[in-house]
Design a protein around this ligand. Sequence first.
Ligand code: URP
Ligand code: ZN
Ligand code: ZN
Length: 534
Amino acid sequence: MASFPPSTPLHLFLFFSISISISILPISESQQLQGVCGLEWDPALCSTSGKILIKGGTVVNAHHKEVADVYIQDGVIASVRPNIIVSDDVTILDATGKYVMPGGIDPHTHLAMEFMGTETIDDFFSGQAAALAGGTTMHIDFVIPVNGNLSAGFDLYMNKAKNSVMDYGFHMAVTKWDETVSEDMQIMVNEKGINSFKFFMAYKGSFMINDELLLQALERCKKLGALPMVHAENGDAVAEGQRKMIELGITGPKGHPLSRPPLLEGEATARAIRLARFVNTPLYVVHVMSIDATEEIAKAKMSGQKVIGEPVVSGLVLNDSWLWNPEFATAAQYVMSPPIRKSGHDKSLQAALSSGILQLVGTDHCTFTKTQKALGIDDFRKIPNGVNGIEERMHLVWDLLVESGRISVMDYVRITSTECARIFNIYPRKGAIMEGSDADLIILNPNASFKISAASHHSRCDTNVYEGMTGMGKVEVTISGGRIVWDGELKVKPGSGKYIKMPPFGYLFEGIEKADLALLSSLHSPSRIGRSAA
Ligand code: URP
Ligand code: ZN
Ligand code: ZN
C-alpha cells in the first residue's frame, strides 16, 4: 500500500511524475507509479482492523434517508441501524450533522485511452486516486478494441487496470463490424462481464460506424441483453463542417464548436432513438450536451420508449465562452465532443437532470495536458478531445443541484450512484447503503466548502476546466472496499481495486419480449381493408 504523509501530498508526487513523463508518452508502467509506489507505506495513516463504525450521520439511499450508524466489516456493510455498539478494535468515525452516502459511480470515463495520436494522461492509478479524493468509488471505463478486435481490447484494458485502487467495470466500444465482432460480443457478455457496448456515430475515419452496422449491432445487443450506448453526432456532417471551417481559414479551437453545432447532435440522437425503437431495444445516449438531444430523449420517453440520457458534468456547469478565448492553450482545454454548448444548454441539461428526463450524471473524464492539446495548435481537428471531471463530479453536482435546493439528497444519490448501479445491473451490491452491499461510501459535510484547482487536484493533468470554482458540500471521507482511502489525505493501494462483472438483461430489458410478441401477433391479426361508409 502506498500512502501520502501530510507533508507530501499526492498531487505533488503526481505533478512531479507528469513533468518527467509527458514528453515521452505513452508513459511506462514504472513511470506511472513513480513517486507513488516508491513511498513507504505508513500503516498509521491507514484504517487498521477493517472494521469501521460510522456514527450518527444521516444515511442516504436513493429511496430513503434516516439518522443511523453504519457498521462495516470485511469490505461489506454489515449493519445499518441506530446505536450500534462495537468492540475496541473498531475505527469509529463521527458523522453527526453529515451525510453518509453510497460512493459515486461514474458511468463514463476514459483512463489510459489511446486517442487522437496520444494517450490520456490519467491512467487507472492516477484517475482512480483522483476519483476517490472526490468521493467516487467505482467507474465504468470504455474498452477500445485493438484494430477492431474486442477480445484483444479486453485483455489490453485488464492489463491497463492492474494497478487499480478502486473497483471498476467496462463498457466495450465497437468500432467495426464483422462475424468475429458479433461472436466476440457474446463472449464479452457471457464470459467477461460486459453488458454494454458503445457505438460512435461520429469520429469519421476512426471509430465511426454507419447506420447499417448500427442497426445490426442494436439487434445483436438486444439478443445478448446488453445495453447499446451511442455517441450521437452526425459524423458525416461533422466532417463536412470541419472542412468548411478550414476552408474559411478558421483553424483555432473555436472551429471545433462551429463545425459540430447542436443540430448535428439532435439529428443523431433522434436517428439512434428511432433505430432503437425499430429494433425494440433500450438505448443509452452518452454525454448529452444540448437542448436538441435532450428534447429528442424527452419525446421518446413520452412515447414510452426506454431511453436513458447521460449528461456529463462539463455540459452541466460550463458553457462555450472559453472556446473563444484567444489563447490557444486556454481554449483547447475545453475541446471535447460533442462540444460544450452556448449558455442556456447547461441550464436545460440541469433542469432535465433534476426532473428525471435525464437519469444519471457522468464525467467523460478524458484528460490531456497542455502539451498534448498542442497537437492541434495549427488545426483544431487535431486537438485531442476531452476534459477532466472524475474528481470534481460529486462536489459540483452537490453544489449545483442540492445546495441550490433543486433536488433532494436522495435524488443526488440516485443520479450520482444508484441509477448507474441499476442500469448496469450491479445494484444493490453497488449504489446502496444496505446490509450486504459493498462498503463503498462517502461522508459529505454540507457545511464545508470546496475549491477546485489544478494546483491541488489529484489528476496528472496540468489544467482543470473547473479551475477556481468553489461551492458548498465537501467529501471529507471516502471508504472503498471497506478501507478509508481518503480523509483529506489519500491512502491508496495499487492493485486493490476489483474488476466488477456486470450481468446482462438488466431492468431495462424487462418486458421487451412482450412488446415483440405484441408486434408479431399484430402482423397476423385480421385488418379491415376497404372504403369507409359514406
Ligand atoms: O471528447 C470526448 N468526449 N472524448 C472522449 C471520447 C468520447 O467521445 O467519449
Ligand atoms: Zn463519445
Ligand atoms: Zn467518452
